[in-house]
Design a protein around this ligand. Structure first.
Ligand code: 3PG
Length: 331
């Protein structure tokens, strides 16, 4: 196909399409420093090419300049945790839409996207089972003393506190119940009934959740409200022995205060899928009760890559062809 077709989208914040001729081929760039599984890229290619668009790939890039060069002629971008800031948006002269194949979109400068008349979307729910499975995997690893051969404990019968009951939190609850855990959740934005329907006990403050549970699993996004919010005062509520599992974002942790608490409490363990800035120091100080994955692995499964990657491609096609902005996050 030598051209692509686009319906006029009459939205104030989206770029006017009048200048796009019928003879332009829409270019969709997949820019992933941490690449999708090949099978997911094949699926994305199929969706993009079926729509008559061209697919470009920038994987495992090591310098921002490579991203700046690659976005120059892209009409749409699919990213993961890749940073899309003012500089990237300014370099992407043709860009109309960026889709974060995943849940958290703290890596996109939403105000800058809006200013550049670029629609930003995520693909909620598509990788949540993968992240939830990893959270439980990290939990088992921690309570079995990082598989060092000594006797650990089981998850059965233990109280698990889920901090934020979104897509990942709900999957964690489902899997934890399979382990026989007693599941509690706190989420200021989720009605109690959604938790009750999932056989989860709702609590009404973060303090109460941390006071009630020996194990806490974090599923809050990184926002102005949540950054640094997991601090000494909150974590001090946890009964001994305590285990904090983080498959959310490192920015939500107040690292200095976590370190202080772990120095004071030898019962406190921390396992995370997002390496802290103080990783080396924490490895030295807390051997046997601290672990960080070398690279964020939560969504790193073929299934999650296929789900999120193909959803992103479909959302781009649906946006260009029908003006669908259902998953827009910079409204
Ligand atoms: C998400 O927000 O969807 C997860 O943190 C996964 O991020 P990733 O695509 O960078 O692995």
């Amino acid at each position: 196909m030598g051209y692509s077709y686009i319906l006029p989208i009459k939205q104030n914040r989206t770029k006017s399409v009048e200048y796009i001729t019928l003879f332009n081929t829409m270019k969709v760039l997949v820019a992933t420093e941490k690449p999708f599984a090949k099978v997911a890229v094949d699926g994305i290619r199929q969706v993009v090419e079926k729509a008559g668009y061209e697919l470009a790939l920038l994987e495992k890039y090591t310098a921002k300049q490579q991203l700046l060069d690659a976005v120059a002629d892209a009409d749409a971008i699919i990213i993961r945790s890749d940073i899309v800031d003012e500089e990237v948006l300014a370099a992407a002269k043709n860009l109309k839409i960026v889709v974060r194949a995943g849940a958290g979109y703290d890596n996109i400068d939403l105000a800058a996207a809006t200013a550049h008349k670029v629609v930003a979307m995520n693909t909620p729910g598509q990788n949540s089972n993968a992240v939830a499975e990893l959270a439980l995997g990290l939990m088992v690893y921690a309570v079995r003393n990082l598989y060092n051969g000594t006797s650990g404990t089981e998850l059965k019968g233990k109280k698990l506190g889920i901090h934020a009951f979104g897509n990942v939190g709900r999957n964690v609850a489902r899997i934890a119940q399979g382990f026989g855990m007693e599941v509690y959740a706190y989420d200021a934005y989720c009605p109690d009934q959604a938790m009750i329907d999932a056989n989860v006990t709702p609590v009404h403050s973060a303090e109460e959740l941390y006071r009630t549970c020996h194990i806490i699993s974090l599923h809050i996004p990184a926002t102005a409200e949540t950054k640094q919010s997991i601090n000494y005062a909150l974590l001090s509520n946890m009964p001994a022995p305590a285990l904090l599992v983080n498959t959310a974002r490192k920015e939500v942790i107040n690292e200095d205060e976590l370190i202080r608490l772990m120095q004071e409490r030898s019962d406190f363990r921390y396992v995370t899928d997002i390496m802290p800035a103080a990783n080396e120091k924490m490895n030295e100080l807390f051997a046997g009760r601290y672990f960080a994955t070398p690279k964020k692995m939560g969504a790193q499964t073929a299934e999650a890559n296929i789900n999120a990657g193909i959803a992103a491609a479909n959302q781009i096609v649906d946006f260009f062809q029908n003006g669908n902005t259902r998953f827009q996050v910079n409204k």
